[in-house]
Design a protein around this ligand. Structure first.
Ligand SMILES: *[C@@H]1O[C@H](CO)[C@@H](O)[C@H](O)[C@H]1NC(C)=O
Ligand SMILES: *[C@@H]1O[C@H](CO)[C@@H](O)[C@H](O)[C@H]1NC(C)=O
Ligand SMILES: *[C@@H]1O[C@H](CO)[C@@H](O)[C@H](O)[C@H]1NC(C)=O
Ligand SMILES: *[C@@H]1O[C@H](CO)[C@@H](O)[C@H](O)[C@H]1NC(C)=O
Ligand SMILES: *[C@@H]1O[C@H](CO)[C@@H](O)[C@H](O)[C@H]1NC(C)=O
Ligand SMILES: *[C@@H]1O[C@H](CO)[C@@H](O)[C@H](O)[C@H]1NC(C)=O
Ligand SMILES: *[C@@H]1O[C@H](CO)[C@@H](O)[C@H](O)[C@H]1NC(C)=O
Ligand SMILES: *[C@@H]1O[C@H](CO)[C@@H](O)[C@H](O)[C@H]1NC(C)=O
Ligand SMILES: *[C@@H]1O[C@H](CO)[C@@H](O)[C@H](O)[C@H]1NC(C)=O
Ligand SMILES: *[C@@H]1O[C@H](CO)[C@@H](O)[C@H](O)[C@H]1NC(C)=O
Ligand SMILES: *[C@@H]1O[C@H](CO)[C@@H](O)[C@H](O)[C@H]1NC(C)=O
Length: 322
């Protein structure tokens, strides 16, 4: 794991501890919520959008054991200006749609966790105007993340952990500046230009699969410590030249087909080998099928366990909010 990621993790822990240390004056528990302590509330989804009176509310979770199909409306919380909510947890929900501007007015949120939920659709600009420290999908199953869903949104780290996503549409991550970390997850179709105009600071896939991996301008992105199989043909030239240029391990991308190239790694091939014809089309920005797998080796053991530790500690911190 890169040092920068470890740094981000510790900053996250320190920030979280710092937040936990701030003690608020007593405020009454709002209707529809159970207050575990002064600033930790668990609220009923029946009351969405939730109206909160002015107060120093800090941490809110919505939880209904997935029993009702709900929308996450815009805004999900109606409250007085100058909100102090810094942590929002949506868990065990059966969500049909996270609406555009769902988190409007919640500009102080630093941690946003969506977990154990099944989500049919995330609309464009659903997370507009959030500028957060940590965003995480955890054990979610998501049908469609629509174009521009994560536009006008910043997060220092963006984690997709133990989640299955069917479709990530074109321009979903338009102009996002986060580090994108995907672990133990499956993305069935990451459409072409999903990270369009992206300024991602990192893309790490760990024990994950991206089955249909549309063409993306991943010039600065590395798939590190990933082993993958693919059909080697002219489409692979794009991968060879645009995606895996710097840190990535081309030798770990292995051709499954055609038979003449089976078992050979991309690092040993050139454009002519791949295309096997005179019609090499540089302009092609193809979709490819890349079955990925994390490399298990002694050299990577420490990195892997540290990454898992980041998730586990993050998870415990979030769960302790309940
Ligand atoms: C979620 O709601 C849909 C539609 O009502 C229903 O078919 C599905 O079984 C629900 N899922 C869960 C986990 O309850
Ligand atoms: C909200 O914050 C702004 C600037 O931080 C301040 O000018 C304003 O008075 C605050 N409003 C309320 C209702 O506290
Ligand atoms: C996201 O970060 C960029 C660059 O720092 C900034 O211009 C933009 O206003 C930020 N957006 C939000 C919603 O905070
Ligand atoms: C994701 O898919 C895998 C395999 O299809 C399944 O075992 C796992 O339970 C799914 N996870 C979620 C959160 O739906
Ligand atoms: C993930 O979610 C699924 C379905 O909600 C559940 O059956 C499973 O136990 C969860 N896994 C973990 C590790 O929480
Ligand atoms: C990316 O940026 C270019 C130029 O700034 C613009 O023409 C194009 O529409 C953008 N693409 C998307 C999907 O936003
Ligand atoms: C890639 O990253 C380097 C620094 O890490 C930066 O100088 C360069 O501008 C980036 N290139 C693009 C195309 O974003
Ligand atoms: C590509 O590699 C083959 C050997 O695998 C070699 O014969 C050929 O000259 C190379 N072509 C180029 C353009 O480097
Ligand atoms: C290249 O094409 C020739 C003739 O079509 C074929 O015999 C050969 O197996 C092909 N090589 C590869 C690597 O596909
Ligand atoms: C890539 O796949 C998408 C569907 O996921 C399709 O709309 C698009 O046309 C494909 N692009 C290419 C170049 O094949
Ligand atoms: C790649 O293919 C080989 C040979 O068929 C297989 O053993 C391996 O599990 C595959 N790896 C992935 C990541 O699918």
């Amino acid at each position: 794991m890169p040092n920068s990621m470890i740094a981000v993790f510790f900053i996250f822990v320190l920030k979280t501890v710092a937040l936990a240390d701030e003690v608020d004056t007593k405020i009454p528990c709002p209707d529809f919520c159970k207050c575990k302590s002064i600033d930790k509330m668990e609220c009923s989804v029946e009351s969405l959008p939730l109206s909160l009176p002015a107060g120093k509310f800090k941490r809110i979770s919505f939880d209904n054991k997935g029993e009702t199909l709900v929308d996450i409306p815009a805004p999900v919380i109606k409250m007085q200006p100058n909100t102090s909510i810094d942590t929002l947890v949506l868990q065990y929900l059966n969500i049909s749609t996270i609406k555009t501007n769902a988190f409007e007015g919640l500009g102080n949120i630093k941690l946003l966790l969506i977990s154990h939920s099944s989500i049919k659709k995330i609309e464009p600009y659903a997370f507009r105007n959030l500028d957060i420290t940590k965003f995480m999908f955890l054990n979610d199953s998501i049908d469609t993340i629509e174009s521009f869903a994560f536009s006008e949104f910043n997060a220092s780290t963006f984690n997709i952990f133990k989640s299955n996503i069917s479709t990530i549409q074109t321009a979903t991550f338009n102009k996002i500046t986060s580090k994108l970390l995907i672990a133990l997850s499956t993305i069935e179709d990451m459409q072409a230009q999903a990270v369009s105009n992206g300024t991602l600071t990192g893309f790490i896939a760990l024990k994950s699969r991206i089955i249909q991996f549309g063409c993306n301008n991943f010039h600065n992105i590395s798939l590190v410590k990933i082993k993958a199989n693919m059909t080697c043909n002219c489409n692979s030239v794009w991968l060879m030249e645009n995606v895996l240029t710097s840190d990535a391990n081309l030798e770990n991308i292995i051709c499954l087909a055609p038979p003449s190239l089976a078992g050979i790694s991309l690092s040993q091939l050139n454009k002519t080998d791949l295309c096997n014809s005179s019609t090499i089309t540089d302009s092609v920005c193809p979709n490819i099928t890349l079955i990925m797998e994390y490399i298990k080796s002694n050299a990577n053991k420490w990195d892997a366990s540290l990454t898992m530790l980041v998730f586990i500690v993050s998870y415990i911190l979030f769960i302790s909010l309940k």
